[in-house]
Design a protein around this ligand. Sequence first.
Ligand SMILES: *Cc1c(COP(=O)(O)O)cnc(C)c1O
Length: 402
Amino acid sequence: MSGPVNLSAGRQYLAIPGPSVVPDQVLQAMHRPSPNIYAGDLVEMTAGLIPDLRRVARTQHHAAIYIANGHGAWEAALQNTLQPGDLVLVPASGRFAIGWSEMADSLGIETQVLDFGTRAPWDMARIAEALAADRDHRIKAVLGVHVDTSSSIRNGIAGLRQLLDEAGHPALLMADCIASLGCERFEMDGWGVDVMVTASQKGLMMPPGLSFVFFNQKAAAARAALPRISRYWDWEPRANPAEFYQYFGGTAPTHHLYGLRAALDMIHGEGLEAVWDRHARLAESIWAACEAWGAAGPLRLNVAERGLRSHAVTALRIGAPDGTRLREWLQANLGLTLGIGLGMAPPGSPDWHGYFRLGHMGHVNGQMVMGLLGGIETGLAALDIPHGSGALDAAARVLAGR
Ligand SMILES: *Cc1c(COP(=O)(O)O)cnc(C)c1O
């Protein structure tokens, strides 16, 4: 039998860089009648979430929960530490760093953006220069995106701390770990991060709807020095609630909390370091396949240098219009959804169709990655997009540890 047959019925696979695949354990934990929010199970469970969240963030310090997506955590971090007229330094290697700077801008915070484009990591020498030039310490915070989900570049957060220390600069170090937390190594306290933001729908394997801001004493002191702060975004009562509702500034996100409990149990049951190792190995297998395809065709990894590639997301270039053609074909014919390119070309321009991304964050294992890669191989063949051979073989060898 030859010719087209639609093969998309069956379990759909959303392989985009967030929202990620939600485990059945998390879905089942959320599938229940509404709990009482004044006493009982939910109230008792919530306090126990905090230490387990801190363990994922590798911090001994404070955690605040918001019923929000990542943009809410961005705003919360800024609202608790800065005032209109303050200056922040934002090294950028992708769209999300720019997005965080735009959030600051909209709050009246002045931004100094060092834009290193979409294919290069931070230039540490230029960041050091900017800090050295700031003799009056006008820069109140440095906003660093750990993994920029648009470019799939992983930046060195520990290196930022080193620059601040070498410059004797008192600015707060803030990290966006929305794409990286629960996927690759991040050490909030070990790396000297003052504020870290993350969200539920990526490495934490939850639906969107919760975000988290972790902060240390230095950041708490910045909060205490502000003349006023929005009652809703204030992290102080959320981190030190006298009443249960104060964790959330109102009604608890009831079902999300049960899902979060299940997700944290899965992460700590596997072991955080084992989770990181799994992501690293899966990412290497994806790179091996992409390199094999690219050996005789237009597909390219966006980040050339291995050590700078995220273990959670992979951005690819294939040339317009094949990025969009491939995504649409896989969605329609195999039930597999790849991520759109982000920040690589203006939406609406012909070039926009030349990019796509793979999410491999959270609840992903070896057979899923082989399914993802096998799907792409099928799409490349179906659409007559030139590609090198041996990609699946190369990926399999990586997964097998050979
Ligand atoms: C997804 C993401 C965001 C934005 O999160 P939303 O939940 O869409 O608001 C911000 N930063 C990074 C690095 C991300 O991956």
